[in-house]
Design a protein. Structure first.
Length: 190
């Protein structure tokens, strides 16, 4: 590999580091606001711990998609799921930001990352649907585990991502367990 390609990839990694600084609306179990990088890490871990139930998928592709699914938030940040309707241009902004973020990469790698991101966004493959479901499940898991503000809307969890989580028995089973936790959170907050 030539030095220019290495330099371009290192520059990309330095710029992608900003995901550690992008804060989400979720809180950790210690009450600290979660970063997008932390969410991405646990999404990949969630996929890994249930890999044995997802054998029909190209698991390498699943993990890669987990890693790139929120890279478009690196520059302009995250839009909380509860606010997505008021940001109809979010997908366009994230794609433009991803194009900017990946400009230092060699063309084959750039095309791979952009292709994985597009695959996730369109949700047309089994892998993309699974990653979308896992993404929603990780968010709900964090909502239930986190120390959240008093006005946190736990009821949002009860229907979040159903379009994707209803596609596989494993995801449905996880949802049932998480919905029970969510209901406990709702009842405890009354």
């Amino acid at each position: 590999m030539n030095t220019d390609i290495i330099k371009g990839r290192l520059l990309f990694l330095k710029e992608a580091e900003n995901l550690k600084n992008i804060m989400r609306s979720s809180h950790t179990s210690k009450g600290r606001i979660e970063s997008t990088a932390e969410h991405t890490w646990r999404l990949a871990l969630l996929a890994l711990v249930f890999e044995d139930e997802l054998k029909y998928l190209d698991f390498s592709r699943v993990l890669k998609m987990c890693l790139v699914h929120d890279l478009g938030e690196t520059i302009n940040g995250d839009v909380p799921a509860t606010e997505k309707k008021s940001h109809p241009d979010k997908d366009v902004q994230e794609r433009n930001d991803l194009l900017l973020l990946t400009q230092s990469l060699d063309t084959p790698l750039r095309n791979t990352i952009l292709g994985l991101w597009e695959e996730y966004e369109t949700g047309q493959t089994q892998e993309a649907v699974a990653v979308k479901a896992l993404d929603k499940l990780e968010t709900i898991l964090q909502h239930n585990q986190g120390i959240n503000p008093d006005d946190f809307d736990y009821e949002f969890n009860l229907s979040y991502g159903e379009k994707y989580t209803d596609k596989h028995p494993l995801f449905k089973s996880i949802c049932v367990l998480m919905d029970t936790e969510t209901m406990q959170k709702i009842n405890n907050s009354k």
